[in-house]
Design a protein around this ligand. Structure first.
Ligand SMILES: Cc1cc2nc3c(=O)[nH]c(=O)nc-3n(C[C@H](O)[C@H](O)[C@H](O)COP(=O)(O)O)c2cc1C
Length: 163
């Protein structure tokens, strides 16, 4: 089983989770690099980022991985305004066909809320791809022990023989 981890992170939480997974499963790691992001801190981070997420803003991604050589694809990103950030929104709306027939697993990273709206949005972007596994992390950089336990559960789903 070879997995591809595709993720976006503005402030490092999803980045931590993606690296945690990549260190424990045979996987290639690919970070989506959009040509637009809100500021990394301050009021405008939430205002501009939130508006962009709600409006389904499209961004240009610097490079796109080819998932054809992989059995499983893990997609991870932060929850923005209860939905997907533009980098993931753009990737999923433009590459649904690449993901058809793959074992898809999704990880969200949020703060006060959870990943329900994020996963709902993904389901609407990928109508032909059943989503079997989702993991909703909360502030993983601050709560590494609990987040690691959740991610270990995801690894078990991928490699059920690994005890
Ligand atoms: C624009 C914006 C909107 C956000 N909206 C939400 C939200 O609706 N619910 C929530 O729980 N966290 C929200 N957050 C917090 C992030 O989801 C959370 O801090 C996440 O762990 C950040 O991941 P990252 O460090 O990989 O970017 C928002 C953050 C940003 C920048």
């Amino acid at each position: 089983m070879k997995a591809l981890i595709i993720y976006y992170s503005l402030n490092g939480n999803t980045d931590w989770a993606a690296h945690y997974l990549a260190e424990r499963i045979p996987a290639d790691l690919f970070r989506l690099e959009p040509d637009w992001e809100p500021p990394k801190s301050g009021f405008f981070k939430f205002m501009k980022g939130g508006q962009a997420a709600i409006r389904g803003k499209k961004v240009t991604l610097k490079a796109i991985p080819d998932p054809s050589a992989y059995d499983a694809i893990l997609l991870a990103g932060p929850v923005w305004a209860k939905t997907c950030p533009p980098a993931l929104n753009t990737y999923l709306s433009e590459h649904e066909g690449d993901l058809a027939g793959k074992n898809l697993l999704f990880v969200s990273s949020s703060s006060g809320g959870d990943g329900r709206g994020f996963f709902r949005r993904i389901m609407t972007l990928l109508p032909s791809c059943p989503i079997a596994t989702t993991v909703s992390l909360r502030n993983p950089l601050q709560r590494q022990e609990e987040s690691a336990r959740q991610l270990d559960g995801l690894i078990q789903v991928l490699n059920p023989s690994n005890d």
